[in-house]
Ligand binder design. Structure first.
Ligand code: FE2
Length: 277
């Protein structure tokens, strides 16, 4: 019978086995290929570390007592650059297994004793593959969610941008002003060594800080003559109007205080008033 007749269609999961006994690696190769896994066998533990560094594997079956380094050292090295690999430890005898504390610390998912039959190992592998499939699904959903969130954020940003351009189109003073405020805010934020997330908040807050001017009548916003007291108090509503425009979008929760209080002063004498005089 030709060797290939044993090989079932691949289920897409890649397993690497590391054992310095070539016979074990050969037996695992036949057994696991027949079960549909893509199999790589390695007899040198140092070579195994390099293979995992350079190729993707879903699961590793690892002998414990090996030369020149034992299985726990192999895992220790691999965990420095790969936290995801599902690792099953094979032990010659359970008394020779590393302590449970070491197994937990190295994030080894299971171990079993070597045996002529691979039934127990196969069950562990199947259980591992189920966990891997679930983790892959969770990762895929997380990526989708984060892409959807980014699209929503961008769509909302675009619509607010349109409102901003509307304000700027009718108010020559505001034109370019918001871009400059955003630019200076970012420069000041960087000088203060603020984290990137705060710098982004400052930038968006700067761009949209005057968005509330959309709610001020043109007769007041564009008036060249001196404003009456009543007209000036209407102008002073634009920070609150801007905060109201943004208040329904969770993504802009952090910039609402910037918009609402951008005419406040250190001494509290700006508007809208935050302290009683
Ligand atoms: Fe303003």
């Amino acid at each position: 019978m030709r060797k290939n007749e044993f090989i079932a269609n691949s289920n897409g999961y890649k397993i690497i086995a590391v054992d310095d006994e070539e016979g074990i690696v050969d037996s695992l190769s036949i057994f696991l290929k027949r079960s549909g896994y893509e199999f790589t066998g390695v007899t040198n533990p140092l070579e195994a570390i390099e293979k995992v560094r350079n190729e993707h594997f879903d699961l590793m079956i690892l002998d414990f007592i090996m030369d020149p380094i034992h299985g726990d050292k192999v895992v220790e090295e691999i965990r420095k650059f790969n936290k995801d690999l599902y690792i099953l430890l094979l032990t010659g005898h359970k008394d020779l297994a590393p302590p449970l504390e070491t197994i937990r610390k190295l994030d080894i998912q299971g171990y079993c004793e070597k045996s002529d039959k691979f039934d127990q190992l196969l069950l562990l592998i199947e259980s591992g593959i189920k966990s891997i499939a679930q983790m892959n699904e969770i990762k895929r959903i997380n990526i989708e969610l984060s892409e959807t969130y980014e699209k929503l954020e961008k769509a909302y940003l675009d619509s607010i941008q349109t409102l901003r351009y509307t304000v700027e189109a009718k108010d020559p003073y505001t034109r370019g002003h918001s871009d400059r405020v955003a630019e200076y805010s970012v420069l000041i934020g960087k000088k203060l060594n603020l984290p990137d997330s705060d710098i982004k908040t400052l930038q968006i807050g700067g761009l949209f800080h005057d968005i509330g001017k959309i709610g001020i009548p043109d007769s007041i916003l564009l008036k060249e003559a001196k404003l009456t007291d009543n007209e000036y108090s209407q102008i002073k509503n634009h920070p609150s109007i801007g905060a109201h425009i943004l208040c329904n979008a969770e993504v802009f929760r952090d910039i609402i205080p910037i918009v609402k209080h951008h005419h406040e002063r250190y001494d509290g004498r700006g508007y809208p008033r935050t302290i009683k005089r």
